[in-house]
Design a binder for this molecule. Sequence first.
Ligand code: TRP
Length: 327
Amino acid sequence: MPKNRVLTGHRPTGPRHIGHLVGTLETWAALQDTHECFFLVADLHVLTTDYAHPQYIQDNICNMLADWLAASIDPSRATIILQSAIPEHAQLALLLGMLVTVARLVRVPTYKEHIRELGIQPSLGLLTYPILQAADILIYKANTVPVGEDQLPHIELARETARRFNQIYRQIFPEPEALLSRSTRLPGVDNRTMHTSYGNAIYLRDTPKETTRKVMSMYTDPTRIHPSDPGHIEGNPLFVYHDVFNPNPEEVKEFKIRYQAGRIGDVEIKKRLAEVLNIYLAPLRERRAKFIAQPKMLMEILHTGTERARHIARETIEEIQVCLGLL
Ligand code: TRP
């Protein structure tokens, strides 16, 4: 059994923002040096909530892929998979579903949140979302799953399901472990969680001009009315961003001191932030522009990765079928 296999993925919901970059994609890119990596385009998972808007999926896949590659996800060192193109994912989900109770799935916190947020009658597909995710991981016998904190309940379910399967039949699956991504969580420009649907995200594909506009409109310290008022650093997104993107810690330190003393205005801090952010993103944007202009090549990369993964998925399903008496 492979010892250091990584599987993780995103739902293709559109272009990636700098929160994805800092929290996630930089971690994935680094793992390519040490692990055998599988990165999944989880298009089936999109349908659990967004089944009525299929016209956007293809475009979203291209945009997400271009961003992944721009962020140094490297198809020559990692396997990029299109979930829906390997029916074995759905097949394993169906089979694993036999081992998981409805009561257990109803207790998954993301399920409850979704229902509350969307105010909808949950579908069967939404209820079984975490089983499909468990199948994504277990079908490749991955040991390590880099994810954000919000995904931990899903990884826990995958672990339980693996354990249960191994107990009933035989030792087939490793119990996958979550690898939590770097703790800095970039807030959106309005200081809420950065989220595509909140309109508060800075995207990798934004132009430098758009980026500057967003930074200049950023939420700062609401108690500060004049530049001469002493300002607050904690929980101030300007400084969260400077800490991440400004390559000069001395400058950031000086900004903080002057800010707290009321000796520098928000505008100056923001202008400098827009500058350092645009410098940080420039090489990524250049690569992204190249990739997005070649949709054929993007599809080829996806195709190659998917074909590589298909064999592994097939093998696992055959093992599982024997266990379950299906011949
Ligand atoms: N649920 C994950 C998310 O929304 C996406 C995902 C699907 C995933 N399958 C996965 C993540 C398997 C890790 C492993 O971000």
